[in-house]
Design a protein. Sequence first.
Length: 441
Amino acid sequence: MKRALKIIGFTLLNIVLVLLAVEAFFRAFVPVHPVESMGWFWRVPDPITGWSLEPGAEGRSYNEMYEYDVAVKVNSRGLRSPESIGYEKPEGVYRIMVLGDSFVEGIQVELEETFGQQLSRILNEKGHRVEVINAGVGGWGNDQELLWLREEGYKYKPDLIILTLYPRNDFMNNHQPLESANMGANLKPYFRLEEGELKLELFPFDPAQAPPVEREDAVVKPDPVPPGPLTPVGEWLWRHSYFYRWVDPRIRLLAPRFAASLARLGVLKPGKEMRLLAQGEDYVPLAYNIYDTEPDEEWQAAYEMTVALLGEIKKEARDMGADLVAVLANSPEEVYPGYWDQVEARYPRMKGKSWSMEAAHARMLAALAENDIPALDLRPAFRREAERRGHMLHFAIDGHWNREGHQVAAQEIARFLEMLNLLPPTTSGIRLVPAPFAKLL
């Protein structure tokens, strides 16, 4: 009996020592998620667009996997853009406005690492006197971008607007039945098409007056999970253990059912895995249906809405005397072979359907062509550079571009603008012309 107790005691002691060693290692060498969640400290409700950036908001941005940790500061005009760029345009300056969603907002990288500000450095180093305004808000669709351009964007007097599109989400964002079902609520104003004309609804936006979502595939909200018997233990570990905060999001990602069981016990806080399980085994995220090779009537309506919105954005740009071009952002599954397999593994119901990673971009390029808007598809450059560099240009879990991804985008956009001959003369008075086009001038 004594021998057995000694063995048990020795085993427990070794387990404790190993855990202490692991904890010490993580404290010394592994960056982990802070104790306090950042929340959406930089976003506020907005009657024009549904939500916008709060002027002067400041804090740090990081995701659950702690793939990044960067400073976020919103300027006094409600943009994550240099404070020095105001409404008044300095004489002799060519002003570029980069309009878009989270790829422009770029809270995954420092402000100076966003492709807009890297583009500014590239062009100024080539002798062009330019200012680049980052006018992006995460989650915005093209309808919100149009409304912001009418309400606020025109005040900057841009010479060129670079409309940054994200085909994976934009069609859905623009169509009320799809977007409200995806979000589980109506969170913004919408346009509808009436005899080919855009009509604005839910404007100005008041959440109290927003109608309920009618679609059956709207996001299911899980039932609240009551505190479990080990809730105090889980809370203590979250506050004090680096290793616990490192392993927590990885369990949720790799084993959501196991994570849900731990949440019911109180070892983990209830999180996104509870919503995933509430959707059931047949759940397919609505956004991925953009890759369906046979779109249904709602997705066709979303395409038609997007064509109309792009046409209206072009009209607004023309009315303010600005040129307009489009740049297409990309998702990991559209760039890296095998990434889609991970998506299908996470959502088994998706297997067996006819998906195409070309579908979203093909539809967006067609919508742009209908409006005669020059467009740059960044996928070829991203595929080429990812293979050459041997690593991803996106954050693997977050899905947005990392610093190198923003760098590739900036370099390609600079070449694109030169090719279109849209840039002003250099400060030396000589217009730089790309070699393949020099003989044409």
